[in-house]
Structure formats: C-alpha cells, structure tokens
Design a protein around this ligand. Structure first.
Ligand code: SF4
Length: 165
C-alpha cells in the first residue's frame, strides 16, 4: 500500500464522509493486500466482513464487478425513498427493504429494477420535490408521507430514507 491515509483523504475530500471513507479505503486495501493476495472476495459474507462494506456495496460489487445479476437488489437512499413512498416496503432502513423487495420480485429482475428505481428516485421522485404531477405512477402511488410543503419548498427530511437524501 503506497498511499497513506492522509494521501487518500486528499483524493476523496470532495465526497461526503470523506474522512471515514479514506480510512476505510486504506484499511480495506491493506487487508486485501495482506490477507487475500490483493483479491476481492466474491461471496456476500466475505464482502460484508471488509472495512466500510455494507449490504448495498456488497450486492453492487457482486452485480457490477462480478456479473452476478441475481446477487440482490441494490437499495441506496433513492430506491429506499421510492419504495417507501410507493408503499412497496414498510421498512425504513435499506437492508429490511432489500429483503422485502427480493421476496416480491423474481431474481432475474433485480438488476434492472435496482438501476431503474435508483434513476427514478434521482430524476422524478426526488427527496424535497417529487415530480408527482408528471410521474407515471401518480394515479396508483399512495404517496406515503411525502415531506410537507413549506415556504422554502418541501422539508429535506424524508420519511423512510435513512440519511434524508
Ligand atoms: S407519485 Fe410522487 S411520490 Fe409517488 S412515485 Fe411518483 S413522484 Fe414519487
């Protein structure tokens, strides 16, 4: 590992939680180098044991890097928000939502659903100002706990979304 944790911090300074991310990347690289001959494991449990890797990143790695399109649904804050508002989940945290959605959808659809729902949350069902008037789901969506409209737009906090965005 040639880069120090401080060097890494400089490279990721513009992203959220840059300090913890830099520390985790440094720990992760050192661990992979020392214990796994530089190789990233493919199975879910081994991925979860790596520093800074939770279910979202583990499933993402399995799907995108290792090509296992039936590894799972990638629940980020966008997908969590969409699933909550649409009433597809009663869980207000990503792992519960992932397991719930995976019971409802066939594995062959998980990758496409993840990509589409995340993009949908980024573009249409946004945290503060969901575009309900033009949304293709507007007639069937129960719009669960949309943030209240204030003079400055909708409140930032969005029920069902850990971290609020
Ligand atoms: S109708 Fe509104 S709350 Fe429901 S999915 Fe569309 S944008 Fe989101």
């Amino acid at each position: 590992m040639t880069l120090s944790a401080e060097d890494l911090l400089e490279k990721v300074r513009k992203v959220n939680y840059c300090k913890s991310k830099a520390q985790n990347i440094h720990k992760l690289a050192s661990l992979l180098e020392k214990e796994r001959n530089g190789m990233v494991p493919k199975d879910f449990r081994s991925l979860l044991a790596l520093p800074g890797v939770g279910p979202k990143i583990a499933v993402l790695l399995q799907t995108v890097v290792f090509g296992d399109v039936e590894a799972g649904i990638v629940v980020d804050s966008n997908l969590q928000r969409v699933a909550w508002r649409c009433g597809w989940t009663k869980k207000n945290e990503a792992e519960g939502t992932r397991l719930e959605l995976q019971k409802s959808l066939p594995p062959a659809d998980w990758e496409a659903f993840s990509l589409d729902a995340i993009a949908f949350g980024q573009v249409i069902c946004q945290p503060r100002n969901p575009a309900c008037s033009i949304c293709p789901l507007k007639d069937t969506c129960p719009k669960v706990q949309l943030p209240p409209v204030t003079k400055r737009g909708r409140a930032a906090k969005c029920p069902g979304t850990v971290g609020g965005a």
